[in-house]
Design a binder for this molecule. Structure first.
Ligand code: SF4
Length: 331
């Protein structure tokens, strides 16, 4: 599969080895070296366990990895360990971030936003800055699989968090996962489209007040000129610049959209990505349904296909986590 991906012309895809815990495989460094030797950017996403050790992290760096990503969902052991249901996970994750930085790796931090963790976002941002994180990926829980047992935000709360992230972005490079409408928010805010009443709500006010308390230099950032880190993030998402390959070789648009489009044991991943009818449909904004289908932002946003599928069973339906009412008439 790595050789197949390496046959693509530059820019080649980034390969993220995730899990489970990739450090449970004793050949993870060999896989990194193989991909790196063929010109692929290799990244590893370890779990916060004792296996995220200095020797394992140095091993993948020597093999050619440049980036690791860790999951940290709360700013304290109480919140994070409760979320992961593993005592000690917070300590191992923070230690893993520090060891990765010492090994010369860039660190991406992934944080899942739920009704229980959302209030710790400002403190998480501060912790991420202290850990020298290069990119903070804020993931908006998809209520499917194990996520179905957790409480996700409402569409209105999601919108308020996205506006908070716009204000936080100058403090730390960040992106969203399963909330592509952040691109709309960045564009609207940078153009000053809409009034303040469109986004101010109690959750937004709570988060921004705490951000200004914890990161005083962010004060007034809501009115600051557009900063580099506030550029709309890349328009990639489930099946659109991203695919997920399971340990059995099954390919899905993402890890949060469990619709298999084939298996890399029988069909090259590059062929599946280009030719799968489902992936082609997902990448065609004119085939989207509901508000996403008639939205003026559909080509640069398109909504989360995972949220649409989790709510309706239709991966092309409108994204229920976005409250935006399109201004364009259908067609
Ligand atoms: S309605 Fe759909 S396409 Fe439009 S901004 Fe919301 S999620 Fe994006």
């Amino acid at each position: 599969m790595l050789d197949d991906l390496a046959s693509l012309e530059a820019p080649r895809p980034i390969v993220v080895l995730t899990g489970g815990d990739p450090f449970k495989r004793d050949d993870v460094a060999a896989l990194v070296a193989h991909g790196n030797g063929r010109g692929l950017a290799m990244a590893v996403s370890p779990s916060g366990t004792p296996l995220a050790s200095a020797s394992n992290l140095e091993g993948i760096r020597r093999a050619g990895a440049r980036t690791v990503s860790f999951s940290l969902d709360g700013a304290s052991p109480a919140t994070h360990d409760a979320f992961r249901q593993v005592t000690g996970s917070f300590r191992w994750t923070v230690m893993g971030c520090r060891l990765a930085r010492q090994a010369g790796l860039r660190v991406q931090l992934n944080s899942t936003v739920t009704a229980d963790t959302v209030h710790e976002l400002p403190a998480l941002l501060v912790l991420a800055r202290e850990l020298g994180v290069s990119l903070w990926s804020v993931f908006f829980l998809v209520a499917a699989g194990r996520g179905a047992a957790l409480t996700s935000l409402t569409a209105s709360e999601t919108e308020q968090v996205l506006h908070f992230l716009y204000e936080a972005a100058p403090s730390l490079p960040l992106k969203t996962t399963e909330a592509p409408q952040y691109r709309r928010v960045v564009i609207e805010r940078s153009r000053h489209v809409g009034g303040e009443g469109d986004f101010v709500g109690p959750l937004h006010e709570e988060l921004t007040a705490e951000l200004r308390w914890l990161v005083p230099e962010s004060q007034g950032s809501a009115r600051a000129p557009l900063a580099t880190s506030r550029r709309p993030p890349l328009a990639v998402g489930d099946g659109r610049g991203v695919v997920f390959v399971s340990r059995r070789g099954d390919v899905a648009p993402s890890g949060f959209l469990p619709l298999h489009v084939g298996n890399v044991r029988s069909t090259p991943l590059t062929d599946l990505y280009r030719q799968s009818p489902l992936l082609q449909a997902i990448r065609d904004p004119d085939r989207l349904g509901g508000r996403c289908g008639r939205c003026e932002y559909r080509r640069i946003c398109g909504g989360s296909r995972a949220h649409a599928f989790a709510a309706s069973g239709d991966p092309l339906a409108e994204d229920p986590m976005c409250p935006y009412e399109p201004r364009l008439a259908s067609g």
